[in-house]
Design a protein around this ligand. Structure first.
Ligand SMILES: [Zn+2]
Length: 247
């Protein structure tokens, strides 16, 4: 029991996976508010380094110019530096990391060293539903207002409520573009999901196809509470950790 109790008192790393259109960004925001732990986006960190013109930022910029992917070691280092900050002492939410199996292995090693427990949330969506949802999106080219044939239709079909402009389909919402992004997501993500599945990580598939975001979030909350309370009596997510990740 000592082992289980120890594990439950550790900081928690919530790793979010979800395809374009799965609502991953919304669910991550809900988790931040609920758990009171920071969300860490590697994309944001890379952009921040570039913006601040740091040494790392300059090398990232050079890599991007030459069309080279940012190496795993660099991304891993950024994540390691970030998760050892004091505000990550009780845990953190990872968004966009790990992206490769090599990154996933390094992350598990980092978490083990920091004594953090992982929970992988995989938002599973029916791609046909995503495609039809995005198919219904329209934007006003004049004022930028977004419409959706199902969830937010204009008063007159194809016309902006505010200025009467004819609505258009954004390039990103075109079916062939959406399909291509989903295919890329699958190719990149499945090996990482499989790695987690086979490595005995706590991985939860959450159906996020049809229900409203609040309903999907309710599912995530139940899973997190259930998955963690199995190892302790009180609410582990609300218990301040020992700051094991902070240096
Ligand atoms: Zn308009």
């Amino acid at each position: 029991m000592a082992d289980a109790e120890l594990k439950a008192s550790l900081p928690i790393a919530v790793i979010m996976f979800g395809s374009p259109g799965s609502g991953k960004g919304t669910q991550s925001k809900y988790l931040v508010a609920w758990l009171g732990i920071p969300q860490i986006s590697t994309g944001d960190m890379l952009r921040d380094h570039i913006r601040r013109g740091t040494e790392i930022g300059q090398s990232i910029r050079a890599l991007m110019r030459s069309g080279t992917l940012v190496p795993d070691e660099l991304v891993n280092k950024l994540v390691e530096d970030r998760i050892t900050q004091p505000d990550c002492g009780r845990g953190f939410i990872l968004d966009g990391y790990p992206r490769t199996t090599a990154q996933a292995k390094e992350m598990m090693r980092l978490l083990a060293r920091a004594g953090a427990g992982e929970v992988v949330i995989h938002l599973v969506v029916d791609y046909n539903i995503i495609i039809s949802r995005m198919n219904g999106r329209r934007v006003c080219p004049k004022c930028g207002t977004l419409y959706n044939a199902v969830s937010r239709p204009p008063k007159t079909e194809g016309i902006c409520d505010l200025d009467g402009e004819a609505l258009v389909i954004r390039e990103d919402d075109r079916e062939e573009v959406v399909r291509e992004r989903l295919t890329q997501y699958d190719a990149q993500t499945w090996p990482v999901i499989e790695y987690f599945r086979n490595s005995g990580a706590r991985l939860f598939d959450v159906d996020a196809s049809k229900d409203r975001p609040e309903v999907v979030f309710g599912r995530i909350q139940k899973l997190l509470e259930g998955g963690l309370s199995a190892t302790r009596k009180d609410d582990p997510l609300r218990t301040p950790g020992e700051g094991a990740l902070a240096q």
